[in-house]
Design a protein around this ligand. Structure first.
Ligand code: ATP
Ligand code: MG
Length: 283
């Protein structure tokens, strides 16, 4: 049987979450720091640990069948790969930032200015779209210090909390793209059975992460009010309790409107609400 290869970041911001996701999919492997390749003992898969910049090309060229990498890296390397699944971690934005004592307030004012970045391809396309002629200075790291050193007027870099910008006296000025980690595959890989199975496992883990399992007790007089607040589709389960006229309601609630729903449920008479994490949801 064919063995798939999936490339993930060897070390850095995406390594831990990528390993965690694959382990939550039930894959058993050693997260060797010293080795570049690790076999999975219970699925025909090998994990390749690489620099993130190399992952898109390895996948495009078929050296790896799949990869987990930030969208920003894919866009910058301009590869032909299939986007298989957004993964919900590694969220950040590529932003243009300027020194906080700067008078630049409109994109037009970037005309004729120097912008330092490690993302010249993405920035070049963005400026072209906006019809701005600026001088893109490509550097390989520590972009934030370049205005202070007089090397540029602005920077274009990845931001998540904005703390690094702030501590370097910079303020974000324009959004170029937002990014998160994605699962990519060699073109055509999405039709392969093993790839489909792996995607299904990943989706079942992601779905579970977005949802909580909730059990609550309610007097039967209030049951219909409670049910009207909950998502439909064969849910919830209603189980009689030892105390007469009381039932336990079991249901799942999406994480995004969790607190809002809980307060509505309480108002409608729910008591003893217990919330549990879900490991997997298989449709
Ligand atoms: P490598 O050694 O593999 O080349 P790197 O130093 O280029 O790693 P990291 O800093 O580990 O990259 O970031 C990996 C990815 O994490 C980025 O490409 C981006 O998609 C995502 N990311 C999330 N938040 C941030 C952030 N605040 N700054 C930089 N990257 C971020
Ligand atoms: Mg890198």
């Amino acid at each position: 049987m064919k063995t798939l290869k999936i490339a993930i970041q060897k070390s850095g911001r995406l390594n831990e979450k990528s390993v965690e996701l694959l382990k939550n999919c039930g894959l058993s492997f050693e997260n060797y720091k010293s080795s570049l390749i690790s076999p999975v003992s219970n699925f025909p898969l090998e994990i390749l640990f690489l620099r993130d910049d190399d992952i898109p090309e390895y996948v495009q060229d078929g050296i790896a069948d799949l990869g987990i990498v930030g969208e920003n890296v894919i866009r910058e390397t301009e590869v032909e790969v299939s986007y298989l699944q957004r993964l919900g971690f590694g969220k950040c934005s590529l932003k243009i930032a300027v020194p906080n004592n700067n008078s630049i307030q409109h994109l037009d004012q970037l005309n004729g200015k120097a912008i330092a970045t490690t993302y010249p391809v993405i920035l070049g396309k963005f400026l072209k779209e906006k019809n701005i002629q600026a001088d893109i200075r490509t550097i390989s790291g520590s972009v934030e210090i370049s205005p202070g050193l007089g090397l540029s007027d602005a920077i274009c870099d990845l931001v998540s909390t904005g703390g690094t910008l702030k501590s370097n006296g910079l303020v974000p000025f324009a959004d170029v793209m937002s990014s998160e980690a994605v699962l990519i595959g060699r073109k055509g890989s999405e039709d392969e059975e093993l790839v489909k199975e792996l995607i299904q496992r990943i989706q079942s883990v992601l779905r579970a992460k977005e949802t909580k399992y909730v059990v609550l007790n309610v007097h039967s007089d209030n049951l219909s009010a409670i049910i009207s607040l909950l998502p439909g589709v064969k849910s919830p389960s209603v189980v009689p309790l030892a105390e007469e006229n009381w039932v336990a309601v079991h249901t799942v609630i999406p994480e995004r409107d969790f607190w809002n729903k809980i307060s509505q449920l309480k108002q409608a008479g729910a008591q003893g609400i217990v919330v549990m994490p879900i490991e997997k949801i298989i449709l």
